[in-house]
Unconditional design. Sequence first.
Length: 180
Amino acid sequence: MNEQQRSVHNVPKIIILLLILSLGGQIIWHYQLPSPSTKIKKLTVPPQSELLNILSFGDTVVSARILMLWLQAFDIQTGQFLPYQQLDYNKLQQWLEQILLLDPNSQYPLLVASHLYASVPDHKKQRLMLEFVYQQFFVDPEKRWSWLAHVTVIAKHRLKDLSLALKYAQAISAHATPNM
């Protein structure tokens, strides 16, 4: 195969000019960008459900899933991992509540509350997540009893708080139905 290569002089002048301009534009754009920041952002309050409703064109399930993905990825910022212990758990609870309001059938916020966010070594933050699951249990006991059962075990074995575990177990017992 004998291929002939064309000389640069055969390329139209406008193409060479566009190439030089785009390269120059990229260099200028690069120097206009702010320098990378390693400052970790704090968790803010969740957006209002009305705004989320508008942005998702009324599909609240999609909004809930997008918020859940965003929240779960929040601990990874600018290449750094933020320990769950450094999160503001009051705001975290607001996010989880908002997600459950948007999609009441979702089990995922209760899963992350009881498994991920309750696994921090801070007992106060663990109790916040356990109490969140306890409160959410009463919204739909038939679907959410298993999460309360899980936090009952956490209260008994991890927190060593038998009265709290008994409170959770009694709630399950009081609201038990044959469908559970």
